[in-house]
Design a protein around this ligand. Structure first.
Ligand SMILES: [Zn+2]
Length: 120
């Protein structure tokens, strides 16, 4: 899904919600996926948010099939969408796109990992 910006009221364009076209998006948790090497199924998965900080080796939701990936989760003030903006490396290129479906946001409870420290 194409990323759009609103530059109507500011010199710095604002990110537009893929659900409603509004630009009142709030950043939530950030996930970083770092395979130990290309095509690796093991590596580091780091989650940082206001209620959780955790590290595990679960690369299952890596938006990149072969290399590093990052997801910034948002919520919109104007609609019920909780989109994830992914930044993906693939064959030397970097791709930025909204994850689909738009409402696949995971909650903090999904990220709580027993026996790992959190900042709650
Ligand atoms: Zn919206």
């Amino acid at each position: 899904m194409e990323i759009q910006f609103n530059s109507a009221w500011s010199d710095t364009p604002t990110l537009v919600c893929p659900g409603c076209g509004g630009d009142y998006l709030h950043q939530g948790n950030v996930e970083v996926f770092q395979p130990s090497h290309e095509d690796a199924i093991h590596g580091l998965h780091t989650i940082v948010g206001s209620a959780i900080t955790a590290i595990d080796g679960d690369l299952a939701n890596n938006p990149s099939r072969r290399r590093d990936g990052l997801i910034i989760w948002f919520h919109c003030e104007m609609c019920d969408v909780h989109p994830g903006l992914s930044i993906v490396q693939h064959k030397g290129n970097t791709f930025i796109e909204w994850l689909e479906p738009l409402n696949r946001m995971r909650t903090d409870d999904d990220w709580v990992i027993p026996n790992l420290p959190t900042n709650e």
